[in-house]
Design a protein around this ligand. Structure first.
Ligand SMILES: [Zn+2]
Length: 215
């Protein structure tokens, strides 16, 4: 899209918010970014006035510190980044919706939405529903990645991680991050993941975003 094409519309803007963080032995570091883009692109495909911004690929991943390849900024920085984008976006954008691929950003995104509401600016956000016992690099994310980017999934290297619920693990997670509860970085178990399951999950997520855009 050129600037003149942008100026000619009243767009609903989707901003994919990803992360660069370890995803166990079998998924790539940019899993959350790919998922955010995958959901945003599919939601935008069916609606004429929706456009997708370039993805934001680094965010709040401090809980994955100590695992090679992880890049992070604090939650406050993520909130500030989103606020600045919303504050400076022009009138060609009728609405802005963050498509958040990384559960660890939930608090930062929610803070940005609340601050924007206080300032009288519309910002919405979508995050995948809380995945009980399957929070990170488990069956859900592995299935969705098999649907979005199967060439990036090393299924032969998949291993189970900790399958306790996030609530149970929270005290340890808060103090020591993922490394304290799961040496291989997985929260959940990728066993049973499939492309079919990923397509179905993706359809549910895309339908949620489309409902937000039409609602
Ligand atoms: Zn992830």
């Amino acid at each position: 899209m050129t600037t003149r094409e942008a100026a000619a519309g009243r767009w609903q803007l989707l901003i994919p918010l990803g992360s660069t963080e370890q995803h166990g032995p079998h998924l790539p570091l940019d899993t959350d970014t790919r998922i955010a883009i995958g959901v945003a692109d599919r939601a935008a495909a069916g609606i004429a006035d929706v456009v997708v911004a370039p993805a934001l690929p680094i965010s709040a991943a401090g809980e994955h510190a100590g695992f090679a390849g992880t890049l992070s900024m604090g939650a406050d920085a993520v909130t500030a980044m989103l606020l600045e984008i919303v504050r400076t976006a022009g009138p060609e954008f009728a609405s802005i919706t963050v498509i958040n691929g990384h559960g660890g950003n939930y608090a930062a995104v929610t803070a940005a939405v609340e601050r924007c509401a206080y300032e009288g600016r519309a910002l919405r956000a979508w995050s995948p529903a809380n995945l009980a016992g399957d929070a990170h690099a488990g069956r859900t994310e592995t299935s969705v990645m098999l649907a979005i980017a199967p060439e990036s999934v090393r299924l032969d290297r998949a291993e189970a991680g900790s399958t306790a619920s996030i609530v149970e693990m929270m005290p340890q997670l808060r103090d020591g991050g993922v490394a304290a509860v799961s040496p291989n970085g997985v929260l959940g178990d990728p066993a049973g993941a499939s492309r079919e399951e990923g397509v179905a999950i993706l359809e549910t997520w895309v339908a949620e975003v489309v409902a937000m855009l039409r609602g």
